[in-house]
Design a protein around this ligand. Structure first.
Ligand SMILES: Nc1ncnc2c1ncn2[C@@H]1O[C@H](COP(=O)(O)OP(=O)(O)O)[C@@H](O)[C@H]1O
Ligand SMILES: C[C@@](O)(CCOP(=O)(O)O)CC(=O)O
Ligand SMILES: [Mg+2]
Length: 389
């Protein structure tokens, strides 16, 4: 049996970090995906002698664990968790999983993969038990760059595993493709599992990344509550990947530490971000009803993004590479802000509808001359999709 699941990355238009502390944020799915292909031998094949394998094609590394070793290390977990209500991974369980990951010598330069591997082992063994199988993961998303690769990884894995376990199943087809969609209740379940995976990778995630990767579209998110935003003309964004590597878990922890050192000041910053996200989401929705002219919408969005970037600087998550992107785009009167956890990674630049192709080419050339990588994405598309062969 082969089941493929693909889940999109995301951009955050406003509200990253503050969303972890209860503020609103606005995010949208992008058309770059992580795909997990799950191959399961027929029941009875392989048995106790089988292995659980994961092939991480983007990093060129593959890992496997004998099922007997997993059973020995995880015991209880491997007897399959309650599939309708995932329980959080306990510190003891996480430590056992980390020891299983450490059985493999991951090259120092790729040590960041260990968090992803722990999330993989947790999701696989909790959903399928210690049954042999192989998962091949491939992604069009840059990893650790702010575009939600960790969430897309957790959502695609959860989607494939829960489909194999028979607790969710795909229904409607995505027009003109072999991909199928899940119904709302099944998406909710995948999202809950993926959130557990995100917790292992991020430490303290808000849940916005896994929600937008699961449900797709453009959403406003606050304290776990999700509102779909109908945006008439999708906003156009240029994405610049500074190629400066960083780790979301460390950046999120850094903001929390700053908040505990300066609780009142940071509460004001988070409150200001909340107001920006609320205003931004109402502009997006107003634009869908044509009650606001496109240029006026874009001017307002740009100003809100600029203000949000200033507040992200206050939180301590900007970076000299991000500042270089801001300065370069400002020369062309274009506004940018970091997206995701910051500290490097990706920067969004709002592309106004009336911007000439020539200016866009010039700004892209200038950004690339700094060694950055620029690309355009479609915003607000589908979430999780399944293909069962
Ligand atoms: N395709 C993948 N294969 C293996 N691990 C992945 C994959 N995608 C994401 N991860 C895990 O997620 C981590 C990156 O997550 P994070 O720091 O949150 O950045 P982002 O979500 O912005 O890409 C990686 O270090 C890795 O552990
Ligand atoms: C910083 C944060 O708001 C977004 C992190 O996104 P990413 O992992 O950098 O793609 C954290 C979160 O909301 O869980
Ligand atoms: Mg992430």
């Amino acid at each position: 049996m082969e089941i493929r699941a693909r889940a999109p990355g995301k951009i955050i238009l406003a509200g990253e970090h503050a969303v972890v502390h209860g503020s609103s944020a606005v995010a949208a799915a992008i058309d770059l995906y992580t795909q997990s292909s799950l191959h399961l031998p027929p029941p009875g094949d392989g048995g106790a002698g089988g292995e659980v394998e994961v092939d991480l094609t983007d990093s060129g590394l593959a890992f496997s664990w004998p099922c007997s070793r997993l059973l020995e290390a995880l015991g209880e977990t491997c007897r399959k968790a309650e599939l309708q209500a995932p329980r959080p991974c306990s510190p003891e369980e996480l430590a056992s999983i980390a020891r299983l990951v450490e059985l493999h010598e991951i090259p120092e330069a790729k040590i960041w993969l260990s968090a992803g591997l722990s999330a993989f082992l947790y999701l696989y063994t909790s959903i399928l038990g210690c049954r042999p199988g192989k998962v091949v993961v491939s992604s069009g998303l840059p990893m650790g760059a702010g575009l939600g690769s960790s969430a897309a990884f957790s959502v695609s894995l959860s989607g494939a595993l829960l489909t194999a376990a028979g607790v969710v199943c795909a229904e409607g087809a995505v027009d003109g493709t072999e991909w199928r969609l899940l119904g709302k209740d099944h998406l909710e379940l995948v999202n809950t599992w993926a959130f557990q995976g995100e917790k292992i990778i991020h430490g303290k995630p808000s849940g916005i990344d896994n929600a937008v990767s699961t449900f797709g579209s453009m959403i406003k998110f606050k304290k776990g509550e999700l509102t779909n935003l109908k945006s008439g003309n999708p906003v156009k964004m240029l994405i610049t990947d500074t190629r400066v590597g960083r780790n979301t878990k460390a950046l999120v922890a850094g903001v929390s530490e700053r908040a505990s050192r300066h609780p009142d000041a940071m509460a004001s910053v988070f409150h200001a971000v909340n107001t920006i996200s609320e205003e931004l989401s109402s502009i997006v929705e107003l634009a869908a009803t044509d009650e606001i002219a496109m240029t006026s919408k874009e001017e307002k969005l740009a100003e809100l993004m600029e203000m949000n970037q200033g507040l992200l600087q206050c939180m301590g998550v900007s970076h000299s590479s991000i500042e270089t992107v801001l300065r370069s785009t400002l020369k062309y009167n274009l506004v940018s802000k970091l997206t995701g956890a910051g500290g490097g990674g990706c920067v969004l630049t709002l592309i106004p509808t009336l911007l000439s192709k020539l200016v866009l080419e010039k700004v892209t050339t200038e950004l690339e001359s700094h060694g950055f990588r620029c690309f355009k994405v479609e915003v607000g598309g589908q979430g999780l999709q399944i293909h069962q062969g």
